[in-house]
Design a protein around this ligand. Structure first.
Ligand code: GLN
Length: 549
C-alpha cells in the first residue's frame, strides 16, 4: 500500500510547486523509498500538446509518447526515473473519460455530475500509480492555486481520499509565498494565512506549510504561522530563493523536511540520506574550470520555459565537462545574411531549436550556413536538424528552392516532407510521431563518438521527416545520415564528417538528460565548444605574434 503526498499552492502561481515536489521526492528517494510524482492540471485541454509554448512553456514528451506538462521534466531530471501518461492528468482527460463512459451507457441512466462522477474519476487516477505496487510513496502536485474555480474538483477529491484512506497514509503540503515589504522591513504572513483559510474552507488542513521567501524566516515567524495555520511547529518550512534549482533538495534537508514527512507518514526513518552524487554535481556546478558561450537560436526565446529541457540539459552537460555554459538566446527572426556574423561570431557553439511553422525559419537556415562554413560546433534538434538539411541542399547541392513541405508545399526540392503515416491525419492532438523509437548509429560517426554505442533509443515529436529520395545526393555531397530507425529506415541523425562538430537529430535528446545521466550529444557539444574556444584563442595568439606585436 503506497502513501500519498498531495502538494497544493496558494497566494500566487509560479511558486515552484514542481521543483518542491521533485526535491521532496529526491530526499525520500535518497532515504531508500521508491517514489513517483504525478501532476494534475485543471485546464480543459486533454493534454498540453496543442498548447502554444507561449501559453504553457515546453511540451514534455514521455517514453510512451504522452505530451505532458514541463514539470514532468523536473521529476525525471531529479529522480532519474522515466514518467508516462499516468503521471500527468488534465481536467480535459478526466471529462473525456467520463463522457466516453456516459456515451457507452456505463452510468445506467444516472445523472452524471461533478460529484461523484468527476471526483471518482480524479480519485481513480490519483491512486493508479500507487496501486501498481511499484512505488512506496506517490506525490501528487495539483496545478493552479487554491481558490481557483477550476481546481475545486481536485481539492474535493483530495479531501475525500484523506477521509477514505488511513490517516497516516496521506499528507498535504501547502506551498505559499511570504512577501517581503521593504518599507516595513518585514516578511508578511497574512496572504499565507488567507490561503490556508481558503483550503480549510474546502475541508483540507495542510500538514506541512512550505513558505517561499527571499529572507530567512526566524523562529517567531514560524511559530506564528504554525499557530494561525494550525500546523505543528516543526512543519513550517522555509523555501529560500537559491541560485540553482538543484540546490533546493539540500535546502529542504536542512529544514528536516524528509524526517518530518516520514514521521507523519509513519514510515521508517532509519536509512541515512545518501545524496553524495547530488552534492558532487552541485560542487562541480559551482567550481567550473572552463566557460563557453552557446547561442540558442529559436523563435520562443522570450520565454525561458519554452526551452526548459534544453536549458537544463546544458547545465548537466556543463557540469559533466566541468564547464560553465552561458546560454545566449538569439531570436531566429532577427538573424539575416548581413548581421549573422555580428550575432554569432563570438559564440563557441550554436544550438538551433525545435519548432513548428514558418516564422523565423530563414534565420535558422542562415545560422546553420554560418556555423557550417566557419567550423563552429553545431547541434540541431528536430526542426533544427531539418533546417540543417534544407541549408545543405540549398547551399551545397545548389537547390536554392529546397525546403520542407511544412513551410512550402510547392517546393521543387522537398528535402523534408510529410511522413507517409501522417498523410491522412487530420486531428492535431496526440497525432504526431511521438515517444521513444530505436535508432542505430553508424560506427565511427560523430554521434557514435558521443554515445559510445550503436543502439540507442530517443523520444520524438514531429510530423515531417528527411526525404530519403535525396539521401544519396546529400551523402555524396558530404552530409551523412549517421543514425537511422532500424525498422522504417527513417533518418534520425545527420552530420558533416569534415566539420569538427556538426550534428542534427530528428528526436529530442534534451528530454532524456538528467543530473545523473547528462545527455551524450549535449556533452559532446560542450566538449567541442571548449576545444573550439581554445583553438580560437591560439590562432588569435599566433596572428598577434606574426604581426610582430
Ligand atoms: N515542425 C517539424 C515537424 O513537425 C519539427 C517539429 C519539432 O521541432 N518538434 O516535423
Amino acid at each position: 500500500m503506497a502513501k500519498y503526498i498531495f502538494v497544493t499552492g496558494g497566494v500566487t502561481s509560479s511558486l515552484g510547486k514542481g521543483i518542491f515536489a521533485a526535491s521532496l521526492a529526491k530526499l525520500l528517494q535518497a532515504r531508500g523509498y521508491r517514489v513517483a510524482i504525478q501532476k494534475f492540471d485543471p485546464y480543459i485541454n486533454v493534454d498540453p500538446g496543442t498548447l502554444n509554448p507561449y501559453e504553457h512553456g515546453e511540451c514534455y514528451v514521455t517514453e510512451d509518447g504522452a505530451e505532458t506538462d514541463l514539470d514532468l521534466g523536473h521529476y525525471e531530471r531529479f529522480l532519474n526515473v522515466p514518467t508516462s501518461q499516468a503521471n500527468n492528468v488534465t481536467t480535459g482527460r478526466i471529462y473525456l473519460s467520463v463522457i466516453t463512459k456516459e456515451r457507452k451507457g456505463a452510468f445506467l441512466g444516472k445523472t452524471v455530475q461533478v460529484i461523484p462522477h468527476i471526483t471518482d474519476e480524479i480519485k481513480r487516477c490519483m491512486l493508479l500509480l500507487g496501486q501498481s505496487g511499484d512505488y512506496d510513496i506517490v506525490l501528487t502536485e495539483i496545478g493552479g492555486t487554491v481558490g481557483d474555480i477550476e481546481a475545486q474538483p481536485y481539492i474535493e477529491s483530495v479531501r475525500q481520499l484523506k477521509w477514505e484512506l488511513p490517516a497516516e497514509d496521506t499528507l498535504i503540503c501547502h506551498l505559499t509565498l511570504l512577501p517581503y515589504l521593504k518599507s516595513a522591513k518585514e516578511l508578511k504572513t497574512k496572504p499565507t494565512q488567507h490561503s490556508v483559510k481558503e483550503l480549510q474552507a474546502l475541508g483540507l488542513q495542510p500538514d506541512i506549510l512550505v513558505c517561499r521567501t527571499e529572507m530567512e524566516m526566524n523562529s517567531d515567524l514560524k511559530k506564528k504561522l504554525a499557530l494561525f495555520c494550525n500546523v505543528s511547529r516543526d512543519a513550517v518550512i522555509q523555501a529560500l530563493d537559491v541560485d540553482s534549482i538543484y540546490e533546493v533538495p539540500l535546502e529542504f534537508q536542512k529544514e528536516n523536511l524528509d524526517t518530518i514527512v516520514l514521521n507523519k507518514l509513519r514510515l521508517q526513518n532509519g536509512e541515512q540520506c545518501n545524496l553524495d552524487k547530488w552534492k558532487d554535481f552541485l560542487y562541480k556546478q559551482k567550481h567550473p574550470k572552463h566557460e563557453v558561450k552557446i547561442g540558442l537560436v529559436g523563435k520562443y526565446i522570450e520565454l525561458q520555459d519554452a526551452y526548459k529541457s534544453i536549458h537544463e540539459a546544458f547545465v548537466h552537460a556543463g557540469v559533466a565537462n566541468e564547464c560553465s555554459v552561458l546560454v545566449e538566446p538569439i531570436h531566429s527572426e532577427d538573424i539575416d545574411e548581413k548581421n549573422v556574423k555580428s550575432l554569432l561570431g563570438h559564440l563557441d557553439g550554436v544550438l538551433v531549436a525545435p519548432g513548428f511553422g514558418t516564422r523565423g525559419i530563414e534565420g535558422k537556415i542562415e545560422t546553420i550556413k554560418y556555423v557550417r562554413e566557419n567550423n563552429i560546433p553545431f547541434f540541431g534538434i528536430c526542426l533544427g536538424m531539418q533546417c540543417a538539411v534544407i541549408e545543405f541542399a540549398r547551399n551545397v547541392l545548389g537547390h536554392t528552392d529546397a525546403h520542407s513541405t511544412e513551410m512550402n508545399r510547392q517546393t521543387k526540392y522537398p528535402v523534408i516532407s510529410l511522413m507517409e503515416e501522417q498523410k491522412n491525419v487530420e486531428d492535431k492532438g496526440g497525432t504526431m510521431r511521438l515517444g521513444a523509437y530505436k535508432c542505430v548509429l553508424e560506427k565511427g560517426s560523430q554521434a557514435y563518438e558521443c554515445y559510445g554505442t550503436e543502439n540507442i533509443s530517443e523520444r520524438h515529436r514531429h510530423r515531417y521527416e528527411f526525404n530519403n529520395e535525396y539521401l544519396t545526393a546529400i551523402e555524396n555531397a558530404g552530409m551523412k545520415a549517421s543514425g537511422k530507425n532500424p525498422e522504417s529506415g527513417l533518418v534520425e541523425i545527420v552530420e558533416i564528417p569534415s566539420h569538427p562538430f556538426f550534428i542534427g537529430v530528428q528526436f529530442h535528446p534534451e528530454l532524456k538528460s538528467t543530473v545523473e545521466n547528462p545527455h551524450p550529444v549535449f556533452k559532446g557539444l560542450i566538449k567541442a565548444a571548449i576545444q573550439y574556444k581554445h583553438l580560437k584563442a591560439k590562432s588569435r595568439e599566433l596572428s598577434f605574434h606574426e604581426s610582430g606585436e
